[in-house]
Design a protein around this ligand. Sequence first.
Ligand code: GDD
Length: 354
Amino acid sequence: MSKRVALINGITGQDGYYLAELLLAKGYEVHGIVRRVALQDPAHRLERIAHLLDRVRLHGASLESFPSIYRVLAEVRPDECYHLAAQSFVSYSFDDEFSTLNTNVNGTHYMLAAIKDVVPNCRFYFAGSSEMFGKIAELPQTETTRFHPRSAYGISKVAGFDLTRNYREAYGLFACSGILFNHESPRRGFEFVTRKISFGVARIRAGITDCLHLGNLEAKRDWGHAGEYVEAMWRMLQQDVPDDFVVATGDTHSVAEFAQLAFEIAGLDHRDHLRLDVELYRPAEVHLLVGNAQKARSVLGWQHRTSFEQLVRQMVTADCQSLGCPLGIPSVSAVSSYRAVPGGLTGPGIQELV
Ligand code: GDD
């Protein structure tokens, strides 16, 4: 039997990395779409998937160019297509709403339109997001919770979700959306808060810097492990009928809790190093996200496994290891600046930049 062919758009990102590994392990022929510049500068731009480069085939294309997407689909003729590529940093979408909307909305539309023309039997996965819930209408959020996006990014994901459903209903495409809540790992980009914290804490532990600046500490997120969330993506495309699914842990924690635990794991006191920076607040915040993945559990047989504590520990451990200050050995800064101060995250250091 010939190998099933999968195409991952966004293979160089955190999720692309885990998904490519999963599909290769399942025996798929894996192709990835990357920007042309990535092919010209592999050492830098393909670093995350360097260990997979001899096992995947990469194709240069751009989310802004329908012909380039069309050409890749015609060449690869995938059985399954995972559309993960996007401008995915919510904060940046406030700086450039136009490029976020252009890239994310048109990119998804181009993928769907090309699949409909070239490979109408290809199964399509769209990376929806819990950011679509925005100003939440209910707790916890499910597949039927009303959307109220709070950023150009969130709006672009609602548009992609609607496009995906419409191609399913109007043209019979096997098209699914995963409504994934925040998912993290040691492979997470440095701009997202969890990695900013784990790497920041590791830098402090290594004595490279002394403080970590964060924005809204009160925001709450439902954080899971990215390696487990890509399994849900794959399961969606193995069903008899296409549908949309929430993928979440059902557990929510504040940014403050994440940071406090990360410092604790590294043997540091957050009150000595954490600084609040109001410049990092967003014009419109998504205050609280927590998902109900009951449908994914019963239909897909999917279940998260990594707890919040395990996730934070894994990320901090990996970053400390990479900076040469592994856990278990006293840190440079713990030795030089430890202060035992009772109290919570409202200590004096936290207020410094307000
Ligand atoms: N990035 C960042 N940096 N966020 C901060 C900071 C900071 O210094 N300080 C506080 N935060 C808060 C943000 O205001 C937000 O409430 C929360 O931390 C999480 O921010 P991010 O890690 O940037 O993730 P996100 O929730 O905005 O979006 C992520 O999850 C979505 C799924 O819900 C991204 O991965 C999206 O692409 C994804 O769709």
